[in-house]
Write a protein that binds this ligand. Sequence first.
Ligand SMILES: [Fe+2]
Length: 276
Amino acid sequence: MINGVGLGFRRDLYKILLDSSSYRPSFIELAPENWMGLGGQWGKILKEAAELYPITCHGLSLSLGSPDPLDWDFLKQIKQFLKEYSIEIYSEHLSFNSCDNAHLYELFPLPFCDEAIKHVAERIRQVQDFLERKIAIENISYYTVIEPQMDEASFIRSIAEEADCQLLLDVNNVYVNAFNHQYNPYDFIEALPLERVAIMHMAGHKQKSEHLIIDTHGEAIIDPVFELLDWTCQRMSPTPVLLERDFNYPEYSELVTEMQTIEKILDRNWTLAHAS
Ligand SMILES: [Fe+2]
């Protein structure tokens, strides 16, 4: 079972992650869309990585909230990829990024309402039936709320229960949303069904103005986000935690320091669980 601290397997990082003298995270995470069906040099790199690391998959284009029909050909490829690389955890965003067959390069939030709960939970169930496994859905960062009938935590809880799926809890996204939409991030996490969390994400963000921060995955993690992770770990069973870093890469040693800081938090909270 995957545990410990992982790092996103990005093309800018592959060399250092495959280098035998580098610090090795416990696992790597990748977007299957970026790697499926690749041959040549990148196919070889993926095979090499799979020999060194357990892999988790974080999808980009399933568009769970879309009104369009699910893309079954795409799901067939996903199923094959998950099998080929023995992927334990496959996560996707609680959002939509396609509409009327147009694929948009943004993850759009869903309206927090009963109709959306029904729609997305049904699609998650269909995906899970097809893949013959549970998937984890991620709380995304968003900057506009669309006609909410309920708060976001209730929305996520209802979907998770109705679809009987797992959650990917992105701790930085909670912090970013709580700041931008002025709610308490601790209350938000407390209201989630934490027993469904299969994996967590940690990342950095950028403060753009006094009232706005942007989820960039391009900065160092700030202390309040580490503190939120620590508090969350006290309330749940061990899960793997991934450091997401997608651009503005620092020296690898800085990412190692961040992973080790996360690891200390996990160890402090979950030592007994690790030992058993
Ligand atoms: Fe994330």
